[in-house]
Write a protein that binds this ligand. Sequence first.
Ligand SMILES: Cc1cc2nc3c(=O)[nH]c(=O)nc-3n(C[C@H](O)[C@H](O)[C@H](O)COP(=O)(O)OP(=O)(O)OC[C@H]3O[C@@H](n4cnc5c(N)ncnc54)[C@H](O)[C@@H]3O)c2cc1C
Length: 392
Amino acid sequence: MKTQVGIVGAGPAGLMLAHLLHLRGIESVVLESRDRPYVEKRIRAGVLEQGSVEMLEELGVADRMHQLGLVHHGIELGFQHTRHRIDFPTLTGRSVTVYGQHEVVKDLLAAADQRGLPVMFDVTDVTLHGLDTDAPCITFMHEGEAGRLECDFIAGCDGFHGICRPSVPKGVLTTYDRVYPFSWLGILADAAPSQNALVYMNSDRGFALFSMRSPTVTRLYLQCRNGESIDDWSDDRIWNELHTRLQCSDGWKPNEGHITQKGVTPMRSFVTEPMQHGRLYLAGDAVHIVPPTGAKGMNLALSDVKVLAEALSRFFSRGSVEMLANYSAICLRRVWKTQRFSWWMTSMLHRDPDGTEFDHRRQMAELDYVTSSTAAATALAENYVGLPILFS
Ligand SMILES: Cc1cc2nc3c(=O)[nH]c(=O)nc-3n(C[C@H](O)[C@H](O)[C@H](O)COP(=O)(O)OP(=O)(O)OC[C@H]3O[C@@H](n4cnc5c(N)ncnc54)[C@H](O)[C@@H]3O)c2cc1C
């Protein structure tokens, strides 16, 4: 089998890249290790920056998002039992859309079917070859048969646990990371959201986040200890803790409902540089992870592939290698600014188990500043709605 771009991974990065390339007349094949139902049901991120919304519109796959997504014009920051609104349109003229990552993936897959874009599921033993040559290839097993995909370029969009990043020879990549001393316990509940803005709450008992996925489904998170077992958290314990942490002086609280999903996710910041080696280009979680506090993971994956699609287009249409050579440097400018924002939101809102009273008072001062200064609120808002995606 031959194609121009072999894409490993059918997450948001891999599927979006396949569509962006198709729009520019470039062929690709996507290889995915999981089956389609698993990929379409995997619950993860849920906030789309305006730039991500515009990308889906540009691809003509935004109809369901416009129908089912919830446009949010702000968030609320809570501390000392009071919520303070950060209003995005007033501060930036932009907004975000709440729409589940699995819905984005479903839409991209449905459009791939319609457009005849090849996506192969249940592929195993994916191995990269010839990354330092002009003719790399990917070998794999599919339905009991050995496959070989010859390509001009390989896009490693296979997430944090994928095989593309480890395929780069030792000594080429440098990793920078931070593991946080807490995790997130997340639930999905069949309960109508009790208001239409996300609430990020710094409480004495730790961070809590109120969010939603649809007019009938609430998504809630609690800061918990690393290594905590979900079995120790009965539904009653979760609701009690949520009510305690989110308690507000105006009486607002989340609606309760049947919990349909729960899990614990560790928090880390992680960047590997450079984001390319030879003819392999890494994008999304394969090369960087952000803590979810800034709602950036999926958005960052989409912005990487927007840059990559443009660089590949310049190569295939006019033989220009300049942007491909600068792919890593271009992406890393945005990646590091997004890392900074995600780290800052995380540090401002969570209780560090080793923190002191000084740290707590500094956090309160920071929240007071962000919610009372237009300049500080604007800085938060412009990062939250998404920094521009630059091509240089
Ligand atoms: C539990 C969880 C909760 C999250 N919650 C949030 C959130 O609330 N907000 C937020 O902004 N972000 C969140 N994130 C992060 C966000 O979901 C990711 O940033 C986003 O999925 C990145 O997209 P991606 O396409 O780069 O990687 P992925 O979505 O990980 O996709 C990679 C794909 O590659 C496939 N793959 C892996 N190995 C191979 C292989 N060897 N061969 C072929 N295919 C392979 C995988 O099956 C997967 O389909 C969360 C992540 C997790 C894990």
